[in-house]
Design a binder for this molecule. Structure first.
Ligand code: GTP
Length: 285
């Protein structure tokens, strides 16, 4: 997925979502539990309007458990019950279905009173790139990602996935664009992998990550790499230490800084540095 968002791309994505919203009862808004601020589309409230919405904090399995609790409280105070999920494993999926029924209770009861058949709730999954939309859809549909590829013969028209007798899902998610105008937001998105590495300077990014780690979670960094981390050291020196320790060495005994940078980012993204949340509710101005 190319995350070069130009005004034209945004307008197209917005049009698509606006059209699809007309078809559904509920929107499932996916956020990355590690960066709930940065992974939120700046215009989402306006786009979704009055449509019923479920907020899912996905990838909560690799976020800080304490921060998960704090974020849950934060959203609850705003009148939203967020669902902590791990779409890859399927955790939280039942809660999404339960919450949908709760949100649609009035409509369901109305139909019941009229003696009509039960209501099928229709939903659309939305979120920024890489937040786990396809994983969630596939898990709810109980199918593997391999089956959804761009193979010839696989129909591209809109399809409804029947999750159970009360719940249907649109088979393609709505892709939202992140907010790019704040440097920290851009960095958080890049750290977590929401922006393709190919368009980034991996070494620079990794250095910025080390600086953030030294400030916010030095113990985790130390524990992972078991190197002396003097916060006053030059970040290049720290990176070299990590590279040497992890065997990222070029012929001639020089540290392979590119490989080291990729390794550090990969370790963070896969939770190997620990369960880390980069943004806290108190960061909201
Ligand atoms: P785009 O197609 O780029 O819009 O991405 P998407 O939002 O559909 O994300 P996708 O489902 O492709 O997931 C992105 C990556 O995150 C994949 O490597 C998934 O395996 C991983 N992933 C998704 N959900 C979770 C989760 O809850 N926990 C963890 N640890 N990884 C997850």
């Amino acid at each position: 997925m190319n995350i070069q968002w130009y005004p034209g791309h945004m307008a197209k994505a917005r049009r698509k979502i606006t059209e699809e919203l007309k078809l559904v009862d509920i929107v499932i808004e996916l956020l990355d539990a590690r960066i709930p601020i940065s992974s939120r589309n700046p215009d989402v409230d306006e786009i979704v309007g009055n449509k019923k919405r479920i907020v899912v904090l996905n990838k909560s399995d690799i976020a800080d458990p304490q921060a998960n609790i704090e974020w849950k409280k934060y959203f609850e105070q705003k009148g939203i019950t967020p669902i902590l999920a791990n779409a890859a494993k399927g955790t939280g999926l039942k809660d999404i279905l339960k919450e949908s029924k709760k949100l649609m209770k009035e409509e369901i009861d109305k139909l019941k009173k009229k003696g009509l058949r039960h209501k099928t709730i229709r939903a659309l999954v939305i979120g920024i790139p890489n937040v786990g939309k396809s994983t969630l859809i596939n898990k709810l549909a109980n199918r593997s990602i391999a089956q959804t590829g761009d193979r010839p013969g696989v129909t591209k028209s809109k399809q409804w996935i029947r999750v159970n007798e009360d719940f249907e899902l649109l088979d393609t998610p709505g892709i939202l664009w992140p907010k790019f105008d704040d440097e920290n937001v851009g960095l958080n998105l890049a750290f977590t992998g929401a922006i393709k590495d190919e368009i980034l300077d991996i070494q620079e990014l990794s250095k910025k990550f080390i600086l953030k780690a030294l400030k916010d979670f030095p113990d985790k960094l130390y524990k992972r790499y078991n190197v002396e981390l003097d916060p006053d050291s030059d970040v290049e020196i720290i990176m070299n230490k990590i590279g040497r320790k992890r065997g990222c060495i070029l012929p001639g005994d020089e540290v392979d800084t590119n490989r080291t940078a990729a390794l550090i980012l990969d370790d963070f993204r896969s939770g190997r540095i620990g369960f880390i949340t980069l943004e806290k509710p108190e960061d909201i101005l």
